[in-house]
Unconditional design. Structure first.
Length: 168
């Protein structure tokens, strides 16, 4: 499995609400042991995972390994994901847990601050930055209202700035 390409867009295909429904459906199938569904889940989210990992780690081999570890965790924990009220956020939470448990030296300066954010702040910030989703699209994906979403993103960015990890 190749975890995507550097020039690939980070957005999984489909409308945000359709993507959330699709993720929920695929996670239920994966929880039942459906390997084809896991392949489809991988195909839909591998580029987003890769782009998200790229915001934290600079080495390609590390990124590929971490994406593989994250998808392995998704496979093992699919029953938990099938019960998640927000399946896309759950997928990103598994990814963030994988990233947080890695002790790689190739971590980007922003990576530590991003991983230190609480859930769902870091996952929402990854959807906005690595996933290139607009705020209305993130709201549709997650069920979080746009005013609340704006406040969460603003506070997350403020936290990163306060840690002097965000300069732009």
């Amino acid at each position: 499995m190749n975890a995507g390409t550097d020039d690939a867009q980070a957005r999984p295909e489909g409308s945000p609400s359709g993507l959330a429904e699709s993720a929920a459906h695929l996670l239920r199938l994966v929880a039942a042991g459906d390997r084809a569904a896991f392949g489809e889940l991988y195909d839909r989210f591998s580029v987003l995972f890769t782009s998200s990992v790229e915001t934290v780690h600079s080495e390609r081999t590390v990124r590929d390994r971490l994406c593989t570890e994250a998808f392995t965790a998704v496979w093992r924990r699919a029953a938990e994901g099938a019960r998640a009220s927000e399946p896309v956020l759950w997928l990103l939470e598994v990814l963030c847990e994988t990233l947080g448990s890695s002790a790689e030296t190739s971590r980007r300066p922003l990576g530590d601050g991003l991983l230190a954010l609480s859930c769902p702040d870091r996952e929402l910030l990854l959807l906005a930055s690595a996933g290139r989703y607009s705020q209305p699209e993130i709201a549709a994906l997650t069920g979080i209202g746009e005013p609340r979403l704006r406040a969460i993103l603003r506070d997350a960015l403020r936290t990163l700035r306060g840690d002097e990890l965000l300069t732009a």
